[in-house]
Design a binder for this molecule. Structure first.
Ligand SMILES: [Zn+2]
Length: 524
């Protein structure tokens, strides 16, 4: 408790005693709103996470430096217990340092591409003929072997375009960038969180018997190209307007792959058409670096300590790691910055929460929710096999769908849990946060809140205005600071700060499924 002159303390007591409870809540919400709107640090946080430390590929030194910066920043804001919690990533870190590519004959021009993660460097500059091979869709292993055999002598010493050029159709009906209040309310009434507003590929069709997975095809083609002396593999980005999504070599082992780039669809098409007329020569220079110490990655943690319920916790966070084609602004520096800002606002207005408020910034999300899964297992266990901290858990707020303002939430738990959140959100309907719905799914996947759901704990995920997330920035070379919508980010931070504080102050815990009605784990 801060020291105050007695008279002031007494007069404050009188004022507080006279104010109805709701008014005190209104006062806190007004202070949260003012701090978040007038003194926001959110774009400064975004600048650090993207321009200074991006891309933040799991296992890379950039990732660890970003995590250390975030902890130092939160401690500078007055938060405590900042630390890194290690987990086993299991793969070396990897970063692309330099890459350039050109068409050198029959014309001269630059190529636009990204390097596939966990692939090797070229040996200096490689200049070679281009060879294109078509690839069958989901073949069996025997079919693929038979298909590739005639190319064995042709790919030697070549830069190989793997697959036919993708013809991207013109988009007549682009997805809406915002949802109306009516649409959000309809989603809440249906009890359904809509998708991310873009085209994420949809559910994979059921493969026929014996068909290889896409990863297995990639691995087999890589092995074939290496065995037969190809120099560089080129994949078609397959998206319009120069968008490139670059993921990883599925083995995470550069020794199993060859230098590999994802070339923008327009350049891939041009080379394909030129190859139909005659020889084409390409040139690539790629410098990648491995970081053996990246086998251990980290979650970054910092807290606002609680008071009379300090051993209970309300958590908020997002994944700090990103893919590498850009600086990972909307995926997911945005979610991290919103949650850091929510905690900063609470520190800045000087509240003392009853429960401990803990920010967690995860590693390894893009490779399978690795950091949050490890954290939940280490700290909480599961409903079936709980650790002592399981009992005092009061919810984990997560943002991971871009830069839009938060519109609705899902919470793993009974209807009463969603009602508590909806009540906390109500003062923020004017900025677009319309309510919460319950879910009883313990299936993990998509983002880190589901690691909590899977354990039987109340993970809280948000549906956002889609903005350009699914259509433009998600995992692409366009995911930069410039695509961040500051006003939306501020609104999200303010509303989440208020909801986190509300959960930290309630007499009762956030309602959870009792043992008798706890849904079965999804993997059983
Ligand atoms: Zn993400």
């Amino acid at each position: 408790m801060q020291k105050r002159p007695l008279a002031l303390a007494l007069s404050l007591l009188v004022v507080l005693a006279a104010a109805p409870l709701a008014q005190q809540g209104d006062d806190i919400n007004a202070r949260i709103r003012k701090e978040g709107m007038d003194n926001s640090q959110i774009m400064q946080t975004m600048h650090q996470l993207t321009d200074v430390y991006g891309p933040r590929l799991t296992g890379s030194p950039n990732f660890k430096a970003a995590a250390e910066w975030a902890i130092a920043e939160m401690e500078r804001w007055g938060m405590t217990n900042g630390h890194l919690e290690p987990f086993d990533f299991g793969h070396p870190g990897w970063l692309n340092e330099k890459a350039s590519g050109h068409i050198v004959s029959p014309v001269k021009d630059n190529l636009v591409f990204e390097v596939l993660a966990w692939t090797p460097s070229t040996r200096g500059t490689v200049t070679a003929k281009a060879v294109q091979i078509d690839l069958p869709t989901r073949p069996t292993r025997d079919e693929l072997t038979a298909h590739l055999a005639p190319f064995a002598s042709k790919v030697k010493g070549a830069i190989v375009l793997a697959g036919a050029h993708v013809k991207v159709p013109f988009d007549e009906t682009p997805a809406a960038k915002r949802r109306t209040d009516e649409e959000v309310l309809a989603s809440i009434a249906r009890g359904y969180l809509p998708g991310r507003g873009g085209r994420f590929g949809g559910p994979a069709p059921t493969p026929r018997e014996g068909a290889l997975s896409n990863d297995d095809v990639t691995i087999a083609v890589d092995a074939f190209l290496r065995e037969n002396g190809a120099l560089v593999r080129v994949n078609d980005a397959g998206r319009a307007h120069g968008q490139i999504r670059a993921f990883d070599n599925p083995t995470y082992d550069p020794a199993t792959a060859l230098p590999t780039v994802v070339l923008r669809n327009e350049d891939y098409g041009r080379i394909s058409r030129l190859l139909a007329q005659g020889p084409v020569e390409l040139e690539f220079t790629i410098v990648n670096r491995d970081y053996p110490e990246g086998r251990t990655s980290y979650n970054a943690i910092a807290e606002i300590p609680g008071s009379d319920k300090a051993n209970e916790v309300v958590m908020l966070g997002g994944h700090l790691d990103s893919w590498h084609a850009a600086t990972g602004a909307t995926d997911n520096a945005a979610g991290v910055a919103v949650m850091m800002e929510a905690a900063r606002i609470l520190k800045a207005i000087g509240v003392t929460p009853r429960r401990t408020i803990r920010v967690a910034l995860w590693g390894g999300e893009e490779q399978g929710l690795l950091g949050s899964k490890a954290y939940v297992a280490e700290h909480f266990g599961t409903a079936e096999n709980p650790k002592p901290e399981f009992a005092g858990f009061n919810g984990y707020f997560n943002v991971d769908t871009g830069t839009g303002r938060v519109r609705m939430a899902t919470v793993f738990g009974p209807k009463e849990a969603a009602d508590v959140l909806s009540t906390a959100f109500r003062p923020f309907e004017d900025i677009g946060l319309m309510g919460a719905i319950p879910t009883n799914s313990r299936r993990s996947g998509g983002t880190d809140s589901t690691s909590f759901n899977a354990a039987g704990l109340p993970g809280i995920g948000f549906g956002l205005d889609p903005m350009e997330y699914g259509t433009h920035t998600w995992h692409t070379n366009l995911d930069t600071y410039e695509r961040i919508v500051e006003g939306d980010m501020k609104k999200s931070a303010v509303a989440i700060a208020a909801a986190v504080y509300a959960l930290a102050m309630r007499d009762e815990m956030l309602p959870r499924f009792p043992q008798e009605t706890m849904p079965k784990p999804a993997d059983q």
